[in-house]
Design a protein around this ligand. Structure first.
Ligand code: NAD
Length: 339
């Protein structure tokens, strides 16, 4: 059993902790929170050992009666790997100051720069090249979504070029401080956006240019994708490639799933924890081939698509499973995913 520490117990950290607890080849050694909160209380109730990042924070937990098992330092002594789910840039500091001196392997998230790590990770695209590495990062929710679908099409037909517009959610559901609430914000205003180069950390050979905007929703990101294909393909062949790919599902407006709100409702109907949708949802009606150009529209549940990737990243880095497909299948089964 690989002992996994989760440092940072927010949107991503709490989901990765629950997902790791469901696997039969790893166990959660403990989770780290900086401050006491209802989430800290529930973590303890769930049976996770709760730690805090520094000794100075322990009295705050004691004062409100939340059982604390020690500091991050104590936890790392009892762990084989740490999944760092702290806010962007904190992970890079943790790597230098904490993980490297203690010689513990670490997985970071998309808020960290690619240069912080030895490799960026997406299970379907580059599991094998991350085997045994010490420091990798699971790419962001948007990049994960694009790598899954672009990777599938590139492997099946070849991509000459990809042009993508990202419509990004303004904030996560629990985030009351972030907007916009009454505007569509080109973000970044510059074109191309940074998302294309981030995809190239996983799929270096794809010619991709992206632009992005932020809209007032908390539910999902939506990507409008346009591809020039290297080899001819029919619409039916593209649909079949997506149907056969793991962690991608086809949804249909004709079936009532005509918005991101309905995609999330679908996840609720599936009985997913927190109504998470780990898979990337592509609207079947949007898939179209015109000449050598292919189009589709996809939705990304930003809070959860990276969760199965973190589980596979743990297996890749520790080497407990060398075969990407076996790890992906195991993770999918344990998380109750469709495929
Ligand atoms: P979050 O703010 O919800 O959670 C971060 C947690 O880390 C908070 O509980 C915070 O108190 C804690 N924290 C802060 N400093 C800490 C420290 N020094 N030590 C330990 N804990 C500390 O953030 P999040 O949305 O979970 O994002 C985490 C990472 O995942 C970021 O790199 C982000 O870019 C990436 N990510 C976020 C999303 C998303 O949609 N939320 C999607 C994919 C990737």
């Amino acid at each position: 059993m690989i002992r996994v520490a989760i440092n940072g117990y927010g949107t991503i950290g709490k989901r990765v902790a629950d997902a790791a607890a469901l696997q039969d080849d790893m166990k959660v050694a403990g989770v780290v929170k900086t401050r006491p909160s209802f989430e800290a209380r529930i973590a303890v109730k769930k049976g996770f050992r709760l730690f805090t990042n520094t000794k100075d924070n322990i009295p705050a937990f004691n004062a409100v009666g939340i059982k604390i098992s020690g500091t991050l330092d104590d936890l790392l002594k009892e762990s084989d790997i740490v999944v760092d789910c702290t806010p962007g840039k904190v992970g890079a500091e943790n790597k230098e100051k904490i993980y490297m001196p203690r010689k513990i392997k670490a997985i970071f998230q998309g808020g960290e720069k690619a240069k912080t790590v030895e490799a960026s990770f997406n299970a379907l695209c580059n599991y094998a090249s991350c085997l045994g590495k010490n420091y990798i990062r699971v790419v962001s929710c948007n990049t994960t979504g694009l790598c899954r679908t672009l990777g599938t099409i590139d492997r099946a037909f070849g991509i000459k070029k990809a042009r993508v517009t990202l419509v990004r959610r303004g904030a996560d559901p629990a985030d009351a401080d972030t907007g916009p609430i009454n505007a569509i914000v080109p973000d970044p205003a510059e074109v191309p956006s940074h998302h294309g180069p981030d995809v190239k950390t996983i799929l270096p050979n794809i010619d991709i240019i992206t632009s992005a905007m932020v809209v007032p929703t908390t539910l999902m990101h939506v990507h409008s994708v346009g591809i020039t294909l290297s080899r001819p393909a029919t619409r039916e062949e593209v649909i079949s490639a997506f149907q056969n790919a793991s962690r991608i599902i086809l949804v249909s407006a004709a079936d009532g799933i005509d918005s991101t709100a309905k995609v999330m409702e679908y996840a609720r109907e599936l009985g997913r924890p927190r109504s998470d949708l780990y898979e990337i949802a592509i609207w079947k009606e949007s898939i179209n081939v015109i000449g050598d150009e292919l189009f589709w529209t996809q939705a990304v549940h930003q809070e959860s698509d990276v969760v199965p990737e973190n589980i596979d990243a743990i297996r890749a880095v520790t080497g407990i499973e060398k075969d990407a497909h076996k790890s992906i299948a195991k993770t999918n089964k344990n998380l109750g995913m469709i495929k």
